[in-house]
Write a protein that binds this ligand. Structure first.
Ligand code: HEM
Ligand code: CU
Length: 665
């Protein structure tokens, strides 16, 4: 692979700008460097990187919590953790992995790559995007600060009432869970609005719906599910907050409340939530496998439609989490049938991935290994999922380690594995250098071994009757061997994550030591639009908004069929990629106010938990920043876009330019 030193983009000297707004307070910072460039950025690529970095930090925290759990359970009568701390550990582990790792990691990749895949320069609302990231971080800080501010939540990641009421949970732990997730919920909602608006409105000229890459499609489906799911959780959380803080009785059984109300509300959110997590992963696997099979995705349209089908069917199965709650045979049967039905569109995906590999010219790069690892492990998780859907059988499996095994096969096996693959696949595009493939192969095989050794035996433990959420167990139940194997597996898994981190540091140092800050724009011979930009892309993504004629636009620019129908290469990427035009498209300027607004959210959060006076401070900060945000010009006065706007450059292109200049969000 030739390292091409892409010509550094032309730098336009910073214009000398008059102060804008009363007292100049609302003057937008011009191009900044160092920490300011991160604190004020509204560039989707930088925001994507920040989401990615923080998700990995939270993954390490959640992973350490899991290792402590596994160490405690390695042998009977474990004494490492007390029952109370153990409850806090699995609650925080589950909550962290779902809301602070898998969800934001999907958003990290969406932020960086959706605009590139659809041929846009940024998302629809850049400052709202920044606000989304800082508010997500505020939620993560609130949640994790519970460890040092009086005790973490200890009632499991789905926090069932009435256990979550003050009677049974008198400390602030549950308030941290509620307020922390209310805050991340707001971040998720504004991000969903941003992504949906971007994908619907900002596709490049010619990119009709069946030319949109599958990653972007599945991101759209997932974000729509989120738009409807999060409000259900938010409503339930406000009810719980009112019960705990203001003596309401939404879940107070002694006052006539129905304890199942929380369970229904939580799982009406909770089951779509699992698809919100897996959809970007489905999309990633569908983008990676064709590239390394040198074949178009088998059944592209069916793949997209099956994703949309899951997006609808996913709303009709929530009570399969409540088969043992006494709903009765009619409800159980209805939700059992609904849950089995959803296996059909999911199965279609697995067959299409195999169909794509069938007779392909397969290159088992690390990214490809992780993609194949994803759908094989996900398939195993899917099969145990079917056994759960059989409601009579589920009475045996419910609340045992069989369930713990199932959701780790679908969540870690399904989502986390291919997210690692995405790092290896897109690293050169993001950072201008590749991750080391040899270390990558170690990373993959150790992760596969550790993963299956950790969660495989948990199926057996569950069928042997070991309940989940027990902080220890007595000898003599026959659970010793498989618990020890599972614990050893979790350490191998942790070691494989360490190899990934070593690979990141080593590859970066090696590249920078060689003065390498950019690399081949298309190292994998890619298919989708992001591969026609430089690696990394310029701040404005494309010199010219591309004209799209095909699905897999990048591939079709390089290959064509000859008169005999054989695929032949017709151009090198250098000849068909996005090239400097010498005219720098103007991008909106950085801004402080999204960060300040998120700070306001942080104060409001702690105010709800500790003292309403803090809410007033937070409210003031939020109010001022929203006003400033509204007043500050989206572009500093005196600076106009230099790219000519032509009416016939396609609906989304024109809309984008005008929108970018005019909008104040
Ligand atoms: C990094 C390796 C991981 C290990 C070793 C691990 C291990 C465990 C164990 C042993 C439990 C059961 C605790 C109990 O019931 O007492 C658990 C629970 C859980 N894990 Fe993991 N896990 C890992 C990664 C993940 C990932 C990536 C996710 C993704 C979302 C995840 C989500 C969950 C959830 C939701 C629970 C349920 C917590 C609860 O009962 O409230 N875990 N994990
Ligand atoms: Cu479910």
């Amino acid at each position: 692979m030739a390292i091409v030193e892409a010509p550094r983009p032309l730098v336009i000297p910073e214009p000398v700008l008059p102060a804008s707004g009363p007292m100049g307070v609302f003057k937008r910072p011009t191009k900044t460097t160092g920490w300011r460039s991160w604190a004020t950025t509204i560039d989707h690529k930088k925001i994507g990187k920040m989401y990615g970095f923080m998700s990995i930090v939270f993954f390490i925290i959640g992973g350490c919590e899991a290792l402590l759990i596994r160490t405690q359970l390695a042998t009977p009568n474990g004494t490492l953790l007390s029952a109370q701390v153990y409850n806090e550990m699995f609650t925080m582990h589950g909550t962290t992995m779902i809301f602070l790792v898998v969800m934001p990691l999907g958003v990290a990749f969406m932020n960086y790559f959706v605009p590139l895949q659809i041929g846009a320069r940024d998302v629809a609302f850049p400052r709202l995007n920044a606000f989304g990231f800082w508010t997500f971080l505020a939620g993560g800080i609130i949640l994790n600060s519970s460890w040092i501010l009086g005790g973490a939540p200890d009632n499991g990641w789905y926090n069932y009432a009435p256990n979550s009421l003050v009677t049974f949970a008198p400390t602030h732990g549950i308030d941290f869970w509620t307020v922390g997730l209310l805050t991340t919920g707001i971040a998720s909602l504004v991000t969903a609005i941003n992504m949906i608006t971007t994908i619907i409105n900002m596709r490049a000229p010619g990119m009709t719906w069946f030319k949109v890459p599958v990653f972007t499609w599945m991101s759209l489906v997932g974000q729509f599910m989120l738009l409807f799911a999060i409000p259900v959780l938010t409503a339930a959380q406000f009810m719980l907050l009112f019960d705990r803080r203001f003596g309401a009785n939404y879940f107070e059984v002694s006052q006539g409340a129905d304890p199942l109300l929380w369970q229904h509300l939580f799982w009406i959110f909770g089951h779509p939530e699992v698809y919100i997590m897996i959809m970007p992963a489905f999309g990633l696997t569908s983008d990676i496998i064709p590239v390394f099979s040198r074949k178009p995705l088998f059944g592209y349209k069916v793949m997209v439609i099956s994703g949309i089908a899951i997006g609808f069917l996913g709303w009709g199965v929530w009570a399969h989490h409540m088969f043992t709650s006494g709903m009765g045979p009619v409800s159980n049967a209805a939700f059992a049938v609904g849950s089995m039905t959803i296996a059909i569109p999911t199965g279609v995906k697995i067959f299409n991935w195999m169909g794509t590999m069938w007779r392909g010219q397969i290159r088992f790069t690390t990214a490809m290994l992780f993609a194949v690892g994803m759908f094989t492990m996900f398939m195993l998780g899917g099969v145990s999922g079917i056994t759960h859907a059989i409601s009579p059988a589920d009475t045996q499996q419910h609340d045992t380690y069989y369930v713990v095994a199932h959701f780790h096969y679908v969540l870690f096996g399904g989502a986390a594995l291919v997210f690692f693959g995405a790092f290896y696949y897109w690293w050169p595009k993001i950072f201008g250098h590749m991750l080391n493939e040899n270390l990558g192969k170690w990373n993959f095989w150790l992760m596969m071994a550790g993963f299956n050794l950790t969660f495989g035996p948990q199926h057996i433990l569950g069928l042997q009757g070991m309940p989940r959420r027990v902080y220890t167990y007595l000898p003599g139940y026959g659970w010793e061997l498989w618990n020890m194997v599972s614990t050893i597996g979790s350490y191998i898994l942790a070691f494989s994550v360490l190899i990934f981190i070593i690979n990141v540091v080593y590859s970066r140092r090696k590249a920078h030591a060689a003065g390498q800050y950019t690399c081949d724009p298309d190292p994998w011979d890619g298919r989708t639009l992001e591969w026609i930009t430089t690696s990394p892309p310029p701040e404005f993504d494309f010199w010219e908004i591309p004209d799209v004629r095909d699905l897999d636009e990048a591939w079709h620019r390089k290959y064509a069929e000859d008169e005999n129908g054989r695929v032949v290469r017709v151009a090198k990427i250098e000849d068909v990629m996005d090239k400097p035009t010498g005219v720098i498209p103007h991008m909106p300027s950085p801004s402080y106010w999204p960060l300040v607004a998120a700070f306001g959210m942080l104060f409001i959060g702690y105010g709800i938990i500790f003292s309403l006076a803090l809410c007033a401070v937070g409210g003031f900060l939020l109010f001022v920043s929203l006003v400033a945000w509204g007043i500050e010009p989206s572009t500093e006065p005196g600076v106009h876009p230099v790219e000519p706007l032509t009416p016939d450059s396609g609906e989304s292109g024109v809309a984008h330019e005008i929108h970018e200049v005019g909008a104040n969000v």
